[in-house]
Design a protein around this ligand. Sequence first.
Ligand code: GN1
Ligand code: MG
Length: 366
Amino acid sequence: MTYNLTSIASQFKTEGRFVSAAPIGSGHINDSWLVTTSPADASDYVLQRINHTIFRNVPELTNNILRVTRHLKQRLMCRDRDLDWFHVIQLVETRNGEYYFQDPEGNFWRMYDHVRGTASYDVVGSPELAEEAGKAFGVFHYLTSDIDASALYDILPGFHHIGKRLQTFRETVKRDPVNRVREVATEIDFIESRAVEMHTILRLGEMGKIPLRVTHNDTKFNNVLFDPDGKAVAVVDLDTVMPGYILYDFGDAIRTGANTGQEDEADLAKVNIDLRLFEAYARGFLGITGKSLTADETSHLAFSAKFMTCLIGLRFLTDYIDGDRYYKTAFPGHNLQRARAQFRLLESMEEHFPEMQALISRHTGS
Ligand code: GN1
Ligand code: MG
């Protein structure tokens, strides 16, 4: 699909004149471009086409983002200076005073400021980067902990709800719309043998043992921006910010931030949990926000990594069986390759679980 990006970008109140728009990022849902402007020292921007078959309520989505980014900015202003490094990304206003724009074809567009000189990575290069990512998401939690989570719109209901995800999975297996079930018997068994254990966090929530908080819900390593010195600068991809459990955010960050391989690694021998990266992320995260966690949250941090790896693997597998309708894919079988890599990572976490628990205890004293 080609879009007239010059014309779309002109809907927003940018500094400088449009020069170019180049695709950026490796997100599986929205389309993103880096918009550069002239003169060279004018700000650059990130223009995005929001996938509105997934995010059906763009006004509420935008309200959530505005609410959280404004709160973060306010909290940073009246805090000590030790968080000066944390940049809050900002939506750019349109010429009509809105924060999104709908084109005549029905596509929804929005723009963020671009944090100059920063980069994101799909795979973690060092424990220092993992620790920095932990700090960045720690700050996000720390500064949003005083927002009443129920004030945010539940933009994708049941997003990490294992009961609903399993139900969809089982229905999809039953429908078998593109005849792929026969290829994935092993993967289906893999999920079913873990289905009961995977209800742990949901049960804790239902019993009121862990609080609903404002959560990011997509704490992939590539959703942290780093400066050229490897210091974390910002947290991006705020579409799924909504009420949730902090365990989901910790677990998803470990899934991507302590994996020795790519999320879709074809060579499963390369996929392992790296305990040094795991510990480094936990140190960064807990150093900022550890004191605000409850005992039940703390004691399930290691488990949450297994849970989110299983859940995302389950979602990739479901989409494969469903004929690749949800995630963007780069080649046939991509979703299955992703699912297999997630399941291998989960096995590695299972093998190292006692060590993961011990590392968490070391940093929480629990
Ligand atoms: C999607 O768009 P992206 O790549 O940041 C997905 C996440 C998954 C992730 C798996 C709205 O995130 O939930 O964890 O892919 N986002 C949505 O890589 O479904
Ligand atoms: Mg993303």
